[in-house]
Ligand binder design. Structure first.
Ligand code: BEZ
Ligand code: FE
Length: 293
């Protein structure tokens, strides 16, 4: 086969990939070729534009290392991460909604006792975060692992200026016998996703801002349950309807209530204003999650 033109090239490539032994690889390869060729037929790039596209992806790759994952950011900013999340996590059985993981999770965070201050001295309004982890029937799950991480008062994660402060606003907790967890930290601010690379250039070219509404990340694991990756967003935040990565769902918005100095919910006496945030999480059984696949 030779002399391919605009009318024959797609079928020729489809035919070439149709011999893939693994049916899933065959299906994905064929879909990739069909959609990529359809994209090119629709956009009809000039040679220079195509080279620009390749250069964009090359810069995206060069921007990736163990601290920066520009491809995840690209997937997030194009709504692909949230589409994959929607495809895989929308059983609608009363479980807590999931959302994007984002690039700032650190494997194996330091463990803290419930009620501990995880802020490592960060400036900002103290916040007391508490809640419980339960199954779909509301039965508390004791001993669940609750990983939390959040940005600081200026919208930066610890890993973005690690040399200055070390890890902060990041912890692993374990629920108590009533399925409860709690910690003190500082109220996170809304923040821009990293926008000093190709994804930032793309957002600018598309006339978009890079901001995410203020939130606290949670990753929760309990025996026999499906892992939950989610955030709790601050009610009233100005970016709830324009999150740069499309991650907001109504069910995971809660007030970050502010209080005058006085007695906090954990019985401690606060001599400065502080905030509180409460969320009760519900996890799907692992078996049902596997059946839904
Ligand atoms: C985050 O919430 O940490 C995040 C998510 C997606 C892209 C960038 C940051
Ligand atoms: Fe975040």
């Amino acid at each position: 086969m030779r002399n391919f033109d605009e009318n024959t090239i797609t079928d020729a490539v489809l035919e070439r990939v149709s011999g893939a032994g693994d049916p899933r690889i065959k299906m994905i390869s064929e879909a990739l070729v069909r959609h990529l060729h359809a994209f090119l037929r629709e956009t009809r790039p000039s040679q220079a534009e195509w080279e620009q596209g390749i250069a964009f992806l090359t810069r995206t790759g060069h921007m990736c290392d163990d601290k920066r994952q520009e491809f995840i950011l690209l997937s997030d900013a194009l709504g692909a991460s949230m589409l994959v999340d929607a495809i895989n996590n929308s059983a609608g059985l009363g479980e807590t909604d999931s959302t994007v993981l984002g690039p700032f999770y650190v494997e194996g965070p330091a463990e803290f006792e419930n009620g501990a201050d995880i802020s490592n001295g960060m400036d900002g309004m103290p916040i007391y975060v508490s809640g419980m982890v339960a199954d779909l029937e509301g039965k508390p799950l004791a001993g669940a692992l609750v990983d939390v991480w959040h940005a600081d008062d200026h919208g930066y994660y610890d890993v973005q200026n690690f040399e200055e402060r070390g890890l902060a606003g990041r912890a692993r907790l374990r629920t108590d016998r009533q399925g409860r967890f709690s910690f003190w930290s500082i109220r996170p601010a809304s923040y821009p996703i990293p926008h000093d690379g190709p994804v930032g250039d793309m957002l600018k070219a598309q006339g978009r801002h890079p901001y995410r509404p203020a939130h606290v990340h949670f990753m929760i694991e309990a025996e026999g349950k499906q892992k939950l990756v989610t955030h709790v967003f601050a009610a009233g935040d100005q970016y709830l309807d324009s999150d740069a990565v499309f991650g907001v769902k109504d069910s995971i918005i809660r007030p970050f209530d502010e209080h005058a100095p006085g007695l906090a919910p954990d019985g401690s006496k606060r001599d400065a204003p502080y905030a509180t945030l409460t969320y009760d999480f519900r996890l799907l059984p692992a078996v049902r999650a596997a059946c839904a696949d």
